[in-house]
Design a protein around this ligand. Sequence first.
Ligand code: XMP
Length: 514
Amino acid sequence: MNKELVIVIDFGGQYNQLVARRVRECSVYCEIYSYKTDLAKIKAMNPKGIILTGGPSSCYEEGAATCSRELFELGIPVLGLCYGAQLMTHVLGGKVERAAVREYGKTEVKVDNTSPLFNGVTEHTICWMSHFDYIAKMAEGFRAVAVTDNCPVAAAECAERKLYAIQFHPEVLHTVEGSKMLYNFVRGICGCRGDWRMDSFVEEQVKAIRAKVGNGRVLCALSGGVDSSVAAVLLSKAVGEQLTCVFVDHGLLRKNEGDEVEAVFGPAGSYKLNFIRVNAQERFYEKLAGVSEPERKRKIIGEEFIRVFEEEARKIGAVDFLVQGTIYPDVVESGLGGESAVIKSHHNVGGLPDCVDFKEIIEPLRNLFKDEVRKVGLELGIPEHLVFRQPFPGPGLGIRIIGEVTAEKVKIVQDADAIYREEIANAGLDRSINQYFAALTNMRSVGVMGDERTYDYAIALRAVNTMDFMTAESAQLPWEVLQKVTSRIINEVSHVNRVLYDVTSKPPGTIEFE
Ligand code: XMP
């Protein structure tokens, strides 16, 4: 898998995972390492290219994240982005200073097409700028190859040493031709052939897992979500019946979901693995009785999940390996991965390892993004309805029922959500909206049905479009679809007399309600 490797060195910028993703879009495998990683280790990996990311510091300040001069003397092409560009300049003897005004947002950049970095790029192109410091004097041997009205060195190169510095962010979509620039670096300047594919990922992983596991026993917590399903199938392909999957039905899944997961992974499905379904609904409802505070609910669900899993694991006895479907954004969001700030800690990361007797964790998807995980899933022949399943939070419907969770409320939200999903699919919108679901508000209001007064719950519908789930826009659903869903929910789901559509974006809202 690592035949052709590009290394991204993380200086704490916001977009680091995007850099890695863009490189992999060029069919080149890529991994991210902290700027604190030993130079010897980086050298030993024999990368075809190195990319230095953005970061929040000023490179000339004491204690700022830095790198050694030798990094630029390895003969390996280096591309510095934003902070990375400034750091390259600073370390190689140029001058970086604070500008009078911050340059921020979409900015027209004039590029010099004779630079291999800008091969095929339009001369005047829109790029995303976000910097206070700027390159006041280039390091020796460099020439400017891009400028803006406010920035004399928007990009610089020292072609004979294959060193490149870009002040803007080619990795974000706002930089219209950014992907082309990164392609030029990785495939052109670094000379990568682009031999990385998802099928080679599967092959290499299967080989690596077999070598690691040997005759050992492997345990996997299967949620039925995309990540854990792909991890489980990858493992089953590698070690077959040495794998046991435990699927905990916490009673907070969507309608019929437990049976759907069992149909795919259980004895009637096509995988030869040991599958254990634990129907723990009642236990979860008991623990959640009377609890309405969102964080308490999350905690209770997370902890109870671990207890149930632990009990099952004990029955199985000692295992050698535990599989987790951790993917790259989980690693970053939980602050386990790199230099960027912790955004939030997810229920499914870091919870299990302490409680089960095992030797090692296997995380085969740790370096992949969601869409890459989906490609692996398709490669493995997992049914499309599972592969393209929209994200579903670990605490499940527990955080889509505002206030106290009861079995009755779970049934209401399951039924409403199933209707909503069905109608979205009927309208052909299921692949184009990133996440959509029904939630049960804690609000009851007066209505009239037939000649009767009603006093029932309101269902809230949510649909969002988002690139990264960190920010999101409310989707503009066709009015006819909303009307149809509303009338079906009111007619078919007892105890609901009102349907509301949430038009809040994130921020200020979050995608989930709790
Ligand atoms: P929020 O509500 O924070 O959600 O805007 C962003 C994305 O994360 C999902 N989400 C979770 N996923 N465990 C998960 O595995 C959780 O505790 C959790 N909370 C939110 C949410 O569905 C959305 O896709």
